[in-house]
Design a protein around this ligand. Structure first.
Ligand code: G1P
Length: 310
């Protein structure tokens, strides 16, 4: 679980967009009626971890970009009178406090993306609420768990934005075989762990990729990105790509990229989702002992099975 780390009181970044309008086809049939952002990691939905990261970075307003059938997300952050009443009557105060903390922790502004025109379009939908201020974007199915004692990734980007007065994005190094799954940044070194971005490209082939620095889904933008998004034309996969507008912005303003000190889980992908459950399960104090014992047993069993087959 993210640690409580407020960004600098000076940070101007107070609003964040969380795009959560995707259809979640990679998770069918589960996502036929449940938004993928509401799938559970240990005992809380994916979106809870993302919102918590934003709040711990000092964000005050969350602009949730939603599609049809996603109202369960809003309900999750709302009051549930019957449930709270029942928990109070049953004396389950610890659980009650946890639920209250979730509903009190956030001011959610919900916007409908009426057509699934891509991530760039989803971010543009937040413009009326953001106005001319810098803002963060956290992809709604990516979970970042800070390494022990390490900084919260969004807080880290907010601080860097404050210092460099420019748009900033998190980057991670991926193997060449994976560059085609991500937006990729072409960068030159600026200082330890920070780069100046020359250009961005969305999901390039291994052969054409300018680097192995991939975008894991955490951004802080100057509001000028909206001007580029408005000009956005369908790019890779026929969608209006956020990466294309970021690329246009690099031609007009400084844009920086930063490595981060967190474990990242793509919880919108089946394997990433399972990994997140295992790793966060191991971090849970109530489950840790029994769950590690179980995983060791599974490991031994698998080793035996593979041993037998080889
Ligand atoms: C999106 C972005 C891509 C980014 C990725 C992170 O792609 O377009 O630039 O690297 O998220 O997961 P998607 O995974 O939605 O295809």
């Amino acid at each position: 679980m993210a640690q409580n780390e407020k960004n600098s009181p000076m940070s101007k970044v107070k609003k964040a967009i969380i795009p959560a309008a995707g259809l979640g086809t990679r998770f069918l049939p589960a996502t036929k009626t449940v938004p993928k952002e509401m799938l559970t990691i240990v005992d809380a939905p994916i979106i809870f971890y993302v919102v918590e990261e934003a709040l711990n970075a000092g964000i005050e307003d969350i602009i949730l970009i939603q599609g049809r059938g996603k109202s369960a997300i809003e309900d999750f952050f709302d009051t549930s009178y019957e449930l709270e009443d029942k928990l109070a009557k049953d004396g389950k105060f610890q659980l009650l406090e946890r639920l209250k903390r979730i509903r009190d922790m956030v001011n959610i502004i919900s916007i409908r993306q009426k057509q699934p025109l891509g991530l760039g379009h989803a971010v543009l939908c937040g413009q009326t609420i953001i106005g001319n201020s810098p803002f963060a974007v956290l992809l709604g199915d990516e979970i970042m768990v800070p390494n022990s004692g390490g900084p919260n990734t969004t807080a880290q980007l907010c601080r860097l934005h404050e210092e460099l007065n420019s748009s900033v994005v998190a980057v991670m190094e991926v193997p060449p075989s994976d560059v085609s799954k991500y937006g990729i940044a072409d960068v030159v070194p600026y200082r330890d762990g920070v780069f100046k971005v020359q250009s961005f490209v969305e999901k390039p082939s291994k052969e054409l990729s300018p680097s192995r620095w991939a975008l894991p889904g955490r951004y802080v933008f100057e509001s000028k990105i909206f001007e580029e998004l408005k000009k956005g034309k369908p790019g890779a996969l026929g969608e209006i790509q956020l990466t294309d507008s970021m690329n246009s912005l690099t031609q007009k303003q400084n844009f920086y990229a930063s490595t981060f000190s967190a474990q990242r889980f793509d919880a919108g992908d089946k394997f990433g989702y399972l990994r997140a459950n295992v790793e966060l399960g191991l971090m849970n104090s109530e489950l840790r002992k029994e769950f590690s014992k179980y995983l060791i047993e599974v490991g031994q069993r698998l080793q035996k099975e593979t041993g037998n087959h080889s």
